[in-house]
Design a protein around this ligand. Sequence first.
Ligand code: ADP
Ligand code: MG
Length: 250
Amino acid sequence: MISIRGVAHSIRGKTILEDINLDLPRGGVTALIGPNGAGKSTLLSLVARLQNLGTGTIMVDDLQIGACPDAALARVLAIMPQSAQVSARLRVGEAVMMGRYPWHRGRPGKRDGEIVTETLRLFSLTPLADRFLDEISGGQRQRALVAMAYAQETDYLLLDEPLNNLDIAASRHLMGLLRQMADGGRKSIVIVLHDINYAAAFADRVVVMRNGRIVADGPPGVVITPGLLGDVFKTDAQVHVIDDRPVVLV
Ligand code: ADP
Ligand code: MG
């Protein structure tokens, strides 16, 4: 379980996160939604220790963020940051092998090779394995970055806006894959999504942030309402229910 207690964060005196308390149990897909600037990326980056945690505590299973070794955390939790910085001069296959680093520590073995092959297949990247990251489309690159995090073989996978640049087919395919990973094993997936309809269709749970706070948390059918869209997103879009799932009409 990821357990977040009393987390606050400020940058140069400006409050970015305040009083964050959240438990993310093992398994399932949690969508993190909220307007731009709500603090979603900051929260994920604190959990993944890309930024230092000042106030509060975060536990990932029995590892305390800020106290446990990075190497131990990297075998349990992977993140694809919103603006992932990966060298464009890496080939897709090499990038996915880099995702294995916490296991091979620079000396890839047979099992690392097998997992890379399988990951490339899973993400429909096999034909692109030898292409450089700056020689593929934005959507293909996005898929490669998710594959890199996936290949890290962790129980927790944090993805910050992985659907950016993806067309509808690629978005549905990726969300379907993530759904399968959460259903099939012990993987817990936390995913920042802009399109509320993807959250409604694929997530078990939706956590809503606004102005650095969590303002709603629950199953999509309970959380995604016209009231929420009005209060949090300042829009009067209608919500219909189709196959027990809310659908926002845009
Ligand atoms: P979200 O991912 O929900 O769009 P972020 O976590 O990226 O939100 O940002 C939350 C707030 O923190 C925003 O107001 C943003 O401007 C501010 N912020 C994020 N990173 C920095 C930074 N390095 N310096 C100053 N302000 C920052
Ligand atoms: Mg963000």
